[in-house]
Write a new protein. Structure first.
Length: 424
């Protein structure tokens, strides 16, 4: 009886609203067209209002409800996992040490970075960077992986192509597109690859039934097992010529000579416009200042990118963040030159007790650092220490120095004494 009464009301309303959209006649017989679903939904809403004693004229419609729009930038901290989540529009960044996440971001790009990653995430594009990665998530399109030990589990669902640059990669799921890897060890377990499989690896292991619809391309130096049980459209083993060790050494030495020459020219130009650099280096060439400059350089190396990153997320300080990054990159390049100038000054004037020219000191210092960088293992430590020392010396040389009245009075007395001797 209730439905008949409501139907009569809607029929009368239909006569008065002959030109209105079909969705307005919600409880009238719904026509079989594109508006039928909306019509039936409105009918159900009116019936619910009738049951609850709400006037049909004031019955709310779900179409009138406004969808809440979230903020463009959000940051979430998880103290239990020591992780942080940055959301930027449709992009998402996850970072942490031991990170376990199942966040859904199907309509955007997702970047995940950390030490140990256990992921059931969903994204359109996925970029994974970590030490150990266990991926059981989904991507609508491509997946890019950079890490040490990576497993694509049976539950993972790549949407298209997968690109991996890792040490060990284990694939337990089907790939709907291409799989391209540069790894030490690749393990494939009963999988189907709808596209091509391109491999640059030392070891390749095919376990069970592996099907490759396209071409199998791998380097002939790889140790391959289980290939006889694998089906593929075509196969190609390419050859990579190993470079001659002597030719490699000559190329490294030549590149280092060019690098030394380039940094020397840049430092010579700086000294030409900043002649007080020699006096600044004299003040920094003590044992105490050496440790202080190393600590200062380490602080600059770590702090500047962090501060610039946070500046990017603000509207006002974003240009300052860009400028800071540019200056930071220039300082990293000049660090070797300033470290070489410091070392040359210490060797010539402190060790050999000779009066050196600033240009000679720079040439000697950068040459010594360049030769040490060619030594295996020692070169890595030398390069890192010279980077820290150079950043610290740069900051110490450009910061303004405080003038002490005692120093000014002693300098004036020396000038007066020198003028008196000249008159005599």
């Amino acid at each position: 009886m209730k439905k008949i009464f409501i139907g009569l009301i809607c029929g009368a309303a239909a006569l008065a609203m002959l030109n209105a959209p079909v969705s307005a006649l919600s409880l009238a017989p719904c026509p079989d067209d594109e508006n039928k679903a909306a019509c039936e939904k409105r009918s159900a809403e009116l019936l619910e209002c009738w049951d609850n004693g709400i006037s049909l004229n004031s019955c709310p419609s779900s179409s009138d409800q406004k969808t809440e729009i979230g903020p463009t930038f959000t940051t979430t901290l998880d103290d239990s996992e020591h992780s942080v989540t940055f959301k930027m529009g449709h992009g998402l960044i996850l970072a942490g040490n031991n990170l376990s996440s199942a966040v859904d971001n199907k309509a955007g790009l997702m970047l995940v970075a950390g030490n140990n990653l256990s992921l059931r995430t969903k994204a359109e594009y996925g970029f994974l960077l970590g030490n150990t990665i266990n991926f059981a998530g989904e991507t609508g399109r491509d997946l890019y992986i950079f890490g040490n030990s990576v497993v694509l589990t049976e539950d993972s669902k790549p949407g298209r192509d997968v690109f991996a640059f890792v040490n060990t990669l284990t694939v337990d799921t089907d790939i709907p597109g291409d799989l391209a890897v540069a790894v030490d060890t690749l393990v494939l377990n009963d999988v189907k690859i709808a596209g091509n499989l391109e491999i640059n690896a030392a070891h390749v292991e095919f376990h069970g039934k592996v099907e490759i619809a396209g071409a199998l391309i791998y380097n002939d130096s790889a140790v391959v097992t289980g290939l006889d049980q694998t089906t593929y459209g075509s196969v190609e083993a390419y050859h990579i010529d190993k470079p001659d060790p002597a030719a490699l050494m000559v190329a490294r030495v030549y590149g280092k000579i060019m690098s030394i020459a380039g940094i020397f020219l840049v430092m010579a130009l700086i000294c030409a416009f900043y002649p007080r650099l020699h006096d600044k280096l004299e003040a920094e060439s003590t044992v105490g200042r050496f440790g202080s400059n190393l600590a200062l350089g380490l602080g600059i190396l770590i702090a500047v990118p962090i501060v610039a990153l946070f500046a990017f997320f603000t509207l006002i300080a974003a240009p300052l963040g860009i400028i800071a990054i540019l200056i930071y990159l220039i300082a990293i390049y000049l660090a070797q030159g300033f470290a070489g100038a410091w070392l040359g000054h210490v060797l010539i004037e402190k060790l050999f007790k000779a009066k050196g020219n600033i240009f000679v000191e720079i040439l000697v210092g950068v040459t010594v650092l360049g030769l040490l960088s060619l030594v295996p293992y020692l070169g890595i430590a030398t390069t890192f220490l010279s980077l820290l020392l150079g950043l610290g010396v740069i900051f110490s040389c450009i910061k303004p120095t405080k003038k002490h009245p005692e120093a000014d009075s002693s300098q004036d007395s020396r000038v007066i004494a020198a003028e008196a001797e000249t008159e005599e």
